[in-house]
Design a protein around this ligand. Structure first.
Ligand SMILES: NC(=O)c1ccc[n+]([C@@H]2O[C@H](COP(=O)([O-])OP(=O)(O)OC[C@H]3O[C@@H](n4cnc5c(N)ncnc54)[C@H](O)[C@@H]3O)[C@@H](O)[C@H]2O)c1
Length: 397
């Protein structure tokens, strides 16, 4: 009997919930989630009790019992937790954003939206380099948990692109909703930014992945991103904003809207929108305009089901879709949202990568290109949309 791969989860918030559920769905390879650690004892103990796993008082205690560290902390802790795990010889799964810039540790007055973005870009790229170097030195896997890459709609488009030998000319996509449930989100020194790093990362990474597939199929090497032009806004903090109570508004120093125009090294383009000001459930979408096909990936709302519910409270115990807002009237329930979003598929790939000693679909290249593009977007936004080169020399893969 093969020994199970032992996993320890760091953080017990929203991401930890769907990661844990996804480990339970892994097939073909025995996996055991041993335990969890986090900052607050009562919360980790409650999470551990719900899952029937151990609650560890510290990362050090957890490290000695596991093979894989699943880093579900907010962005500011991604680098220190991941590096500690590599130094202990563990494989690491790290949630998005891979890493970023979280301000100087000795400046309590740090406000990310006013801080020079060139410095942020350089520091974010250095942080990515440090994690990647630690992974390489330890010869352990770096699994970047960008679930969009594993979403069935994105994987189907990858197949259509590869087998049809298509070329993406223009792509359009976005992620928006009415505001993250995480208390860390909205404070730059914890989250590393707002809509750019928190939401646009998803469609961005999916597009980087598809251009990598296109390049590998047609030329034997990935097509990388080259430049970015971006605008960011703080819509819910504009004095004229009228708050009707349906959107989260307690952000301190992050943007709640962004648009990003990306060019690739083959001269093709993409446009990405992300925001915290959209009602009606999480809006995850991607549209591909290729030279031989056109695809719409409707990840959320996904239109597998249409429901009319005349009375809100009769479905109070039924989950319909992420951040729907109301269950009354017409909606598109997601029959298996975790799967539509790619969560179980990403965890399956990561466990297989560890067990079979191969690279995951979403690894170092994806993680580092995403960080470089996102923080180059902040430099552009600071200059009100001027085109900025994406520094890709960080990529070590
Ligand atoms: N892929 C997705 O769809 C998706 C969805 C939600 C969150 N995320 C990402 O997952 C990460 C976590 O987000 P969340 O919403 O679960 O956050 P959260 O605020 O709900 O939970 C964060 C958890 O991390 C713990 N933590 C913080 N710093 C720590 C440290 N230094 N050591 C140990 N534990 C620490 C906290 O105690 C808490 O349990 C973020 O990077 C977020 O961007 C991804």
């Amino acid at each position: 009997m093969q020994k199970p791969i032992r996993v320890g989860i760091v953080g017990c918030g929203n991401a930890a919930v769907f990661h844990y559920a996804s480990f339970l769905r892994v097939t073909g390879i025995p996996v055991q989630v041993v335990g969890v650690t986090s900052l607050q004892k009562s919360r980790r103990e409650a999470f551990a009790a719900r899952c029937g796993i151990r609650a560890f008082d510290s990362l050090a205690d957890l490290l000695s019992e596991v093979d894989v560290v699943d880093n579900c902390t907010p962005g500011y802790a991604h680098e220190p937790v991941s590096i500690a795990a590599y130094e202990a010889g563990k494989h690491v799964i790290v949630e998005k954003p891979f890493t970023g810039y979280y301000g100087p540790s000795d400046d309590p007055a740090f406000a990310g939206n006013r801080f020079p973005k060139e410095t942020m870009l350089a520091e974010a790229v250095s942080s990515a380099c440090r994690v990647i170097s630690a992974a390489r030195k330890s010869r352990r896997k770096l699994c970047y948990a960008e679930n969009w890459i594993y979403a069935p709609a994105v994987q189907k488009e990858a197949e259509i692109l590869a087998k049809g030998k298509g070329q993406i000319l223009w792509a359009l996509g976005g992620q928006s909703h009415s505001g993250s449930p995480s208390p860390a989100y909205g404070i730059w020194k914890l989250s590393g930014g707002g809509s750019v790093v928190g939401k646009s990362c998803h469609p961005l990474s999916a597009l980087l992945y598809l251009k990598q597939i296109e390049g590998a199929t047609r030329h034997g090497r990935p097509i990388r991103p080259r430049t970015v032009s971006a605008r960011t806004h703080e819509i819910t903090r504009v004095p004229a904003f009228v708050n009707k109570g349906f959107l989260r508004t307690d952000y301190t120093d992050i943007e709640d809207y962004c648009q990003i125009h990306l060019t690739f090294e083959d001269g093709m383009v993409a446009d990405i929108f992300a925001s915290e000001i959209v009602m009606g459930g999480v809006h995850n979408w991607l549209e591909i305009f290729a030279n031989n096909h056109r695809t719409r990936c409707n990840m959320s709302p996904c239109n597998a089901m249409e429901l009319y519910n005349p009375q809100e409270d009769q479905l109070s115990d039924v989950y319909l879709m992420e951040k729907l807002g109301t269950k009354q009237g017409w909606s598109n329930p997601a029959p298996d949202e975790y799967s539509t979003f790619g969560y179980p598929q990403e965890i399956q790939d990561f466990i297989e990568a560890v067990a079979m000693d191969r690279q995951p679909k979403s690894g170092m290249l994806m993680a580092s290109d995403t960080v470089a593009a996102l923080y180059a977007a902040y430099v552009s936004a600071e200059r009100r949309g001027v085109e900025v080169d994406i520094p890709l020399d960080v990529t070590l893969e």
